[in-house]
Write a protein that binds this ligand. Sequence first.
Ligand code: ADP
Ligand code: MG
Length: 587
Amino acid sequence: MKETPADLLDYRKDKPFRTLFNLYKGNHHRLIGAMIFFAAKASPVWLLPVFVARVINIISDPETQSITAILPTLGIIVFVQLQNIGTHTMFTRLFSISMRDMETRVRRMLIQQIQQLSIAFHDEFQSGRMHSKILRDVEALQLMSKQLMESAFSAILSITFALAVTLTRSPIIALFYVGVVPISILLTRYFKKHIGRRNREYRSEVESLSARMSEMLEMIPVTRAHGVEQQEAAQMNGLLERVRHRGVRLDMLSEFFIASSWVTFQVFSAGCLFITAYLAFNERIPIGDLVMYQSFFNMILMGVNRLLTVFPQLAKGFEAIYSIGEVLESPDIELNEGKQPVDSVHGHIKFDHVTFTYQGSDEPAIRDFSLDVQPGETVAFVGASGSGKSTLMNLVIGFRRPTEGTILLDNKDMDQMDLRTFRRHIAVVPQNTILFSGTIRDNITYGLSREITEGELQDALDKANATEFVSYLPHGIETSIGEHGARLSGGQRQRIAIARALIRDPRVIILDEATSALDVIAEALVQKAIERLIEGRTTFIVAHRLSTIRSADRIVVMKEGSPVEIGTSQELIASQGEFYRLKQLQV
Ligand code: ADP
Ligand code: MG
């Protein structure tokens, strides 16, 4: 059994950290390199306080030191700054390569998986959500990596460095940091939380104003017609006043909290200054170190703060890992691997007591359905909407698998076949043909592996009744049809779809309400094309208009998932049953 995309990536949506780590497989050495260069590029920030302290220590001791003694230190400072250009470039290079690699791999695997997932899965899943997984969620993974490296790793580095240096030089000050930093952080966060709440309150007030405003604008003709402009304006005034009131309160309170958090920070900073000044005065530490400890104090405080803000943001990345996993780890793929490939098809299809129930539904959509369709036979299905006609078609294509019973193709169980190879022998013309933006030629030859001669193409166009309208297009068959075939009418699109089917020379044809969306004239043109298409091929036609199935060999009348009548048009009319009744309704 071939490995699934999730296996290949070692993807486990319930283990986000490990998954993220595995996604970087093959890039781990680059990541380590990136971390080393990151540490080097950021080093000026933490080294500078140490060197400045050194310079001050030298110049504050003029008796034993000369001014030239600071030159080596200055040299180091300049060097440490200069190396940033090179190390920063190297960091970016290594990190960017790893991240883009990860991103591309995940997207590639997602697309791989999407192409294998069953149609049942795609039916349930809105394509918009899928879109956002491939684009936005993968982007969120990249963003999370960036945050982990540039915020979390950098904060941990600077905290570790500042604490380590302080610990070796003055354990008392280190102790002070460990005691005071958490208190200061907690207080600052307490104030920030309040600001956040006031902000939300204000925003919700503005949102209701905006909602009311659009309502007012929509209502203007009604308001005017009833002569109640003044009441309306007065009502809006009330809302405007509320926003003003909330706004002032927000400004006052948030400024108060901003000031409080700033003062807290400054007070603790002053506390740090006091302790270090005391120690320096008693000559327990050199004077210059005072500057260093002050910087370290800020560094640690900011580092911890950054760690605390980055963790909630990481939650978004975890969600993305989960969301991608929903698709990547879905077991709902068509099981084709290792099954019998289908080389040729005669077109003998036999339903043997087939029952099918949609997932999550109590009632079966198809109940104990049996029918033997001979090669080349045309069977038409009619019946009320919801009677299971489309479901039957999807069972023939293999988009859905019988819940009970079997479908036999040329006397072999379809469950044992590689359906991808079987589908090369069938053609489907649905009610709304899906065309893509490209030329008419591209659309007709879509997905064909063999070369097509101009003669074959012309023949398909002729039989599909498409030659004439295509010749009127500005570039004939090379005319680009715009997104989703926007430049073609419904009837023209169906004829392109028929040409697409013809050129494949399929053995089995499925027409699910192929003419239902067309007007009478367009239908006549498509109908002729359909008659040429189905000649000599096993055909399943679902038709809304009974006039379109005159030529069917047999007609199956469906009701609530079961066939209630089977026979030729004449037989069914003669027996005056369900079909006869339907027929009466339509004329
Ligand atoms: P018809 O093509 O004859 O109008 P369908 O085969 O589309 O009927 O539907 C048969 C029954 O199955 C209906 O009751 C319909 O509601 C149900 N059904 C169709 N598609 C789905 C689906 N994807 N999930 C659940 N139920 C479905
Ligand atoms: Mg249908």
